[in-house]
Design a protein around this ligand. Structure first.
Ligand code: M6R
Length: 593
């Protein structure tokens, strides 16, 4: 979480460039923000709580500087509340250096104790401020670069950090476990950010910083070091494919709606994968002694859905676990295990930790990610890119359906029926294209108006639609803030049915398979207790109070069923005056454990 952005170059409006970049990183955290820029012999800092919005800063004393240098930060609070003092960038009492940090310094309390004894005065409750003091302490005996290296050797945990010094014209940056990418612009311009879309309007040429590396950006060069060996590292410049438009809202009011509508195309892109790659993953599953699908949040629900798909399509058992729970399975891992990570960002800390554990046991690692150059992708033996394009809204939509489509293809490939799977998916993509029209949106809007004041909502499904009921609950919770819970239809009578009272909205995800009758019986049970039944189904059923039609897409049913719930969640967010792109307490990329 948290977005960081730095600029080094000849343009005098460095601060403006950084603020603009931070706006594009706000999805990573929006509790507070701040920038620091260099003047001829000082560093000025501006910090404030809340979203950046239309912020514009009047800068001072930058006319006669040779190189413009500015860094900025958009925060998702972990250590310390949402206050101006806890906002980044951080500095020290002597203001020798200024720092923006993303991640968690796990041993900050021990380090802080020592620094306080040495006379350092702390002004925030953050773990990050420790690193600023630590560098400054080392600078008593060393230059900026050596001091930063020495300080970084002392910190435990994950970080991406940008540091500037009053005395030297350079940005020093380093990462361990949190993303940081360098953009190479014209005329010596360099950008450094947590994610590529932040500088996409300036350049598509990038260099990746890997874990335990440090980079020095100055007028002479961009110099990379391996922090462990202290040797210089050569880096390739890579030209990336994303366009600036793909990372912007265009005519849409929100990224969430844009991304929902993009599913008209993203599914085709996911399906038109390199068949060889799909077969390769299917073979790896067939040959492994134990396959684990790992993901968090929505990606975790995708894994659970895939477990049903592998069972019914390929007659193959795969295990699933949330990234944060996976460490509890390490006892079963061997060098014959296969671990498949599913992630939009490829940077989720819990999933990364799971992969690190699996790697240490010699397991094979595969990742299914949207950000092809992410940490997860780079630590995997095989990568399947889902090719959904940038997903900016906190609520995952298009990445979800693309991940489902790819895992469904792999399940068909594992059953030696890849072609059949592809045909079903191509037909589903075509029908989704027809479904996503303004009339469909209006129909769901009418439902949203009816249920907007509900206190609780329940969603039920069976088989592969059960995890989609869980995913529906996530979508509704995160943007509408209505209490929502998903259940397996058959589980209702074992307890949850006690929650149903007169008028409680219950969404029933009807599968296009043999589970139809059973889930409709469960819907009857709810209706008999006063529940308001919203059926998501290819056909109208007697028990429905409100019917949302979806095409009959056979085994692709979880993919089509989740889309109307995404639209409903979006519309409820608007009716309840919530920001669907930046819901409270959340961030797009969860890079803390
Ligand atoms: O980037 P990832 O797919 O690894 O992210 C995992 C979860 O944090 C993510 O799916 C989260 O649950 C979404 N906000 C849900 O919409």
């Amino acid at each position: 979480m948290c977005g960081i952005f730095g600029y080094f170059g000849p343009k005098k409006n460095a601060t403006e460039i950084v603020i603009d970049g931070l706006k594009k990183l706000e999805y990573r955290g929006y509790d507070s923000w701040g920038v620091a820029y260099k003047t001829k012999d000082d560093i000025k800092i501006h910090r404030q709580i809340g979203k950046i919005g239309e912020a514009h800063l009047v800068v001072e004393d930058v006319e006669d500087i040779e190189e413009s240098i500015a860094i900025g930060h958009s925060r998702w609070a972990t250590h310390g509340g949402v206050t101006q003092a806890n906002a980044h960038p951080h500095t020290t009492e002597n203001r020798e250096i200024v720092l923006a940090h993303n991640g968690i310094i796990e041993n900050y309390l021990e380090l802080k104790e020592v620094l306080v004894q040495k006379g350092h005065i702390f002004t925030s409750e953050t773990d990050s401020e420790v690193l600023a003091h630590l560098i400054e302490e080392e600078m008593k005996n060393d230059n900026f670069l050596s001091a930063t290296k020495k300080a970084l050797h002392q910190v435990e945990g994950r970080y991406a950090a940008l540091v500037i010094s009053k005395k030297e014209n350079k940005i020093i940056a380093s990462r361990r476990g949190s993303p940081l990418i360098i953009g190479i612009g014209e005329d010596g311009e360099r950008f450094i950010a947590s994610d590529i879309p932040a500088f996409l309007k300036h350049t598509k040429k990038v260099q990746y910083l890997d874990d335990n590396e440090l980079v020095v950006i100055d007028a002479q060069a961009t110099t990379f070091y391996n922090l462990e060996t202290d040797e210089k590292v050569e880096k390739r410049i890579i030209e990336i494919e994303w366009t600036e438009e793909s990372a912007e809202k265009g005519d849409f009011k929100h990224f969430m709606l844009k991304e929902i509508m993009e599913q008209k195309e993203t599914l085709y892109r996911a399906i038109n994968q390199d068949a060889g790659l799909i077969e390769q993953v299917a073979d790896a599953i067939k040959n492994a002694f134990g396959t684990y699908l790992i993901g968090c949040g929505t990606a975790g629900k995708v894994c659970m859905t895939a477990e049903y798909m592998f069972s019914s399509i390929a007659k193959k058992h795969v295990n699933t676990a949330f990234g944060s729970e996976f460490p509890n399975y390490h006892h079963f891992l061997t060098n014959k295990s296969l671990v498949i990570a599913v992630s939009q960002s490829g940077e989720t800390a819990d999933t990364l930790e799971a992969l690190e554990i699996a790697k240490a046991k010699g397991a094979k690692i595969i990742s299914i990610v949207n950000v092809e150059t992410s940490t997860m992708a780079r630590m995997s033996d095989i990568v399947i890119p889902i090719k959904a394009g940038p997903e900016k809204a906190v609520a995952s939509t298009k990445a979800t359906t693309s991940q489902l489509a790819i895992l469904m293809l792999v399940a068909y490939a594992a059953a030696d029926r890849l072609y059949e799977g592809k045909e079903i998916l191509v037909s589903a993509a075509g029908q989704i294209n027809d479904m996503l029209n303004p009339r469909y949106e209006e129909h769901i809007q009418q439902l949203a108006e009816k249920i907007q004041h509900a206190e609780s909502m329940y969603i039920i499904g069976r088989a592969s639609n059960y995890p989609m009921a869980l995913e529906s609950a996530i979508k509704l919770q995160e943007v509408s803030y209505i209490h929502a819970e998903g259940f397996a239809g058959g589980e209702l009578k074992h307890g949850p049915i006690a929650l149903i009272s007169q008028g409680t909205p219950c969404i029933v995800l009807v599968g296009a398979d043999e589970t139809r009758k059973a889930i409709l019986s469960n819907a009857m049970e709810i209706r008999a207790r006063g529940g308001y039944i919203i059926g998501v189904s290819p056909q109208k059923e007697e028990v429905f109070d409100y019917w949302i039609r979806v095409p009959d897409c056979e085994t692709a049913s979880p993919i089509v069923n989740i889309i109307p719930v995404q639209i409903l969640a979006y519309q409820l967010a608007l009716l309840r005056k919530n920001d669907p792109d930046m819901p409270r307490n959340l961030a797009k990329s969860v890079t803390v454990k």
